[in-house]
Design a protein around this ligand. Sequence first.
Ligand code: HEM
Length: 315
Amino acid sequence: MSSIATTPAASAVPARRPGEALHNFLLYAVVIAGAALTLGLMIYGANYYTLDQAHRVASPKHGYLKPSGVVGIRLGLLGVALFLGLFLYAIRKSWKWFSKVGNSRHWLNFHVILGVLAPVVITFHSSFKFRGLAGIAYWIMIAVALSGFIGRYIYAQIPRSLGAAEVSMKELRAESARLAERLKAQEVLAPEDFAALLRLPSPAEVQSMSSQEVLWLMLRFDLARRWGIAELRRKALRSFGGNAVFWGLVRSHHPQVESVIDCLNEEAYLNKKALFLSKAQELFQLWHVVHRPFSYSFVVLATIHIAVVLLLGYF
Ligand code: HEM
């Protein structure tokens, strides 16, 4: 049985970009610190947060963990600081000189981490009681954070500018053709084994779909691709007498099998990306129309909440 070389995309070791090590270090530091804080609060606060309001007042931890308590108020302040950090991403996009500072991908990574951590910190600050105006602000914040995951997914599907989109489309097609040639040359799997994995609707069908249908379809294809790849890995390994780990969801140590699997995965991914490119761009614009006003209405409500707290003399 012959094999194929790994695809350039799969095998090339990317050159280290400047600032990458510092970015990774800071990102991991924030993730570890956030996880440690969350775990600590969960362990320390478990027997307080699970009490009802009447019993909380009698708890020795009330003075610490209530929203205006020693710890509670500091969590509120930390939440504000984290929100200021995550809004730097939006500010950076609209200020010309600021947009040249650092790398957009790095900024977005921090936006995402802070976008997850800030709601967690605010949840502990609220002591899991979501009432009144602050409660409305809380649920808007959660909706914005959840919608962020959809935005991040769509963001990954599209190149960053229109010019880049045209170049990218040509590159996608050329790379896809190269991969198709490689797949023809391999003998690990038969074409009928992976025909279903590479099957996609026609561009006309995609164009006639609504935004929600397209989003759902993109997600379905991505999930089906992962599972389809695992199935093919299992099949290929069987023919080489090897064993799949975790139903074939993780890479094996069989280079011949993995080079074909990489090639197939890349081909299915690129074909899907090229097919949905223009719809994904539309979808992303639409997503901004929802994410942005909700973010700003959250800011307005949170600011009112902070102003009321200040007026009531909690500081
Ligand atoms: C409550 C927390 C969050 C707030 C208040 C927030 C707020 C914002 C704001 C104001 C923008 C800029 C919108 C624009 O320029 O049109 C933005 C963009 C974005 N956010 Fe969030 N966000 C939050 C959480 C998240 C999370 C958790 C994720 C991902 C998991 C995320 C992903 C994104 C993405 C992908 C963009 C667009 C990037 C771009 O167009 O360049 N956000 N967010």
